[in-house]
Ligand binder design. Sequence first.
Ligand SMILES: [Zn+2]
Length: 431
Amino acid sequence: MLEFVWNEERMMGVNDRDVRGPERKPPPEKGDAAPAVPSASKERGSDAPSLPASLSHEEMLRYSRHLILPEVSLEGQLKLKAARVLLVGAGGLGAPSGLYLAAAGVGRLGIVDFDVVELTNLHRQITFGTSDIGRSKLEAAAERLRDLNPEINILAHETRLTSENALEILAGYDVIVDGTDNFPARYLINDACVLLGKPDVYGSVFRFQGQASVFGFANGPCYRCLYPEPPPPGGAPSCAEAGVLGVLPGIIGSIQVAETIKLILGAGEILAGRLLLVDALKMTFRELRVRKNPACPVCGPGKTIRKLVDYETFCGARGQPVEASTAIPEISPRDLKTRIDAGENIFLLDVREPREYEICHIGGYLIPLAEIPTRVGELNPSRDTVVYCRRGERSAAAVAFLKRAGFSRVRNLRGGLLAWAEDVDPTLPRY
Ligand SMILES: [Zn+2]
């Protein structure tokens, strides 16, 4: 569950300069205003369904507020009805996106997901209700969206999108909406979209910050043009570790739907060649120009990627902690409890943030992971030490650091406090 932490310095390096502010759009390129998707194009692809003849009276009523917009009108609503949109991920971004795409009358809405609904999803994934906990997200979302709009077709792809199935699944759609939250999936979707010539409507959220753009539109830049490489280890904590404001994916997901609808209608100015940065804490919307990278390995003239690659490996080399968990000495929650109960003198180190400590703790000495290097002098290298965090990932990074710093008797609490709550103390609050 990774979310993107954008790196402005690196982005500036890639894209030369910041052109923030209104009306600073890139110079128009050939075909920039042209409709991007087959269902909106005069030269509709042979695989694209033809525009329906008209709408039923009930559909006229349902979409009446669209129909009276000159930019939509009956013709635009028919384009929406003929459109085929694939939503990858039914979670944070996918929940609001799915609702608005269905409400807008997108005729064929595909959803790819393989997850189940959890209680921690509900503060932002508004498709789901409390009674859906434990259900397949795909099943729960399809039911909700069919209730919202029974006029549309919803296709459920209950699978993980992979290099093996992506081209086949994406081929059946005109626009791809990226509602995923991890780097392998983002690079996979980008590359598949570039290879197939389909627009990739991108969004990501992190704490109070969000991003949106449209990649691969009208020969514009792609995700790799903006981010040639996944972030370095530790550069992108997940939403589960870092948190996210619940409404933020609603804002970003809605922006993704607005762009998708414009792509289908062939209307307005598409968010291509521009990266929208939303800061919900300051409530600012800024825009950065994104240029096509001539050295881009997937969309540049000297492209080297001509088929999908192994994205887990590509991102794992940079996106995972330096040392694999197998190299980190661990202790299970039950073993730790047994040793504590036996009176062993074990020093517990908690590497979470103070606000997490307030929620729950098991008596550890608190030093947030980021402060370990500067506060390592507070710790005794010869003492039996067990490091813990919420899930065991940050603590594994801390153990790796402490081992390099000469701590020989330091171990990671496997599975963190979540595992402790599961196996030792069910009264410990989980978050
Ligand atoms: Zn590119």
